[in-house]
Ligand binder design. Sequence first.
Ligand SMILES: Nc1ncnc2c1ncn2[C@@H]1O[C@H](COP(=O)(O)OP(=O)(O)OP(=O)(O)O)[C@@H](O)[C@H]1O
Length: 264
Amino acid sequence: MIIDIQQASWERGDKHVLRDINWQVRPNEHWCLLGLNGSGKTTLLNMINGYIWPTSGQISVLGNKFGEYDLRELRKSIGWVSTSLQQKLYGSETATRIVLSGKFATIGLYDHTDEEDLEQALKLLTDLGCAYLAERTYDTMSQGEKQRVLIARALMAKPKLLILDEPCTGLDIFAREQLLSMVQKVATDGPTIIYVTHHVEEILPCFNQTLLIKQGEVFAAGQTNEVLTTERMSRFFDVPVEIERRDGRNWLFVKETESLWNSN
Ligand SMILES: Nc1ncnc2c1ncn2[C@@H]1O[C@H](COP(=O)(O)OP(=O)(O)OP(=O)(O)O)[C@@H](O)[C@H]1O
């Protein structure tokens, strides 16, 4: 089992940020985690990475039960690409050095690297369509380029689990589609992926499983095509929507925009 969460809750004061979460991620599955702002996605990721502990319930990640092993070791097996990571990196570093630093999960490169590491970093940059960026500094890259370099960095440590937290934020439609096609490629023979988003359109065919999270609770979890139905998504958003499938992707249309005003 990659992730096994049993009845996990996380409370802060009298607020239940997460309540009775049950979620199992098995090998060979790729999951999409979908929820609106404030639904608890980041809190759940923080729990998976061991930054917070459930106030009740149990969680085990990559076979390690929390409380019984070294968290720093576990985190080396988890690649996490997020906007907050993007902001921490140094603008003057080249793409190659950023990818190399992924081997040690450090911000900046302080450890010794060898020829083999360099070859691997350049291969990852090539696989992600970023070979041309190898010597470019981070502060000169577009948002889409930065995200692809960060995915290459995360893969450098050969993680068993890769978390992509809203990787398409701030991308135009073409940069988004380019990034998504890279993600689809990484999913083919790479680590288990958890892809976090607000947008149904970003759920690629490789994300065969979807978890819907609403107000801190699991609203639905299972096969993407069974979870993403017009009826269920309308209940999920509390607004009448329609889901249309095209080319293995799902597109969402809001049917009555007036209902948006009523829901606020
Ligand atoms: N340390 C904390 N103390 C109190 N409340 C918190 C804490 N962390 C998160 N929350 C609250 O829990 C809820 C879920 O937050 P979380 O950041 O997990 O949502 P999210 O789904 O990641 O949202 P977004 O899509 O906007 O990033 C929010 O209402 C947030 O204010």
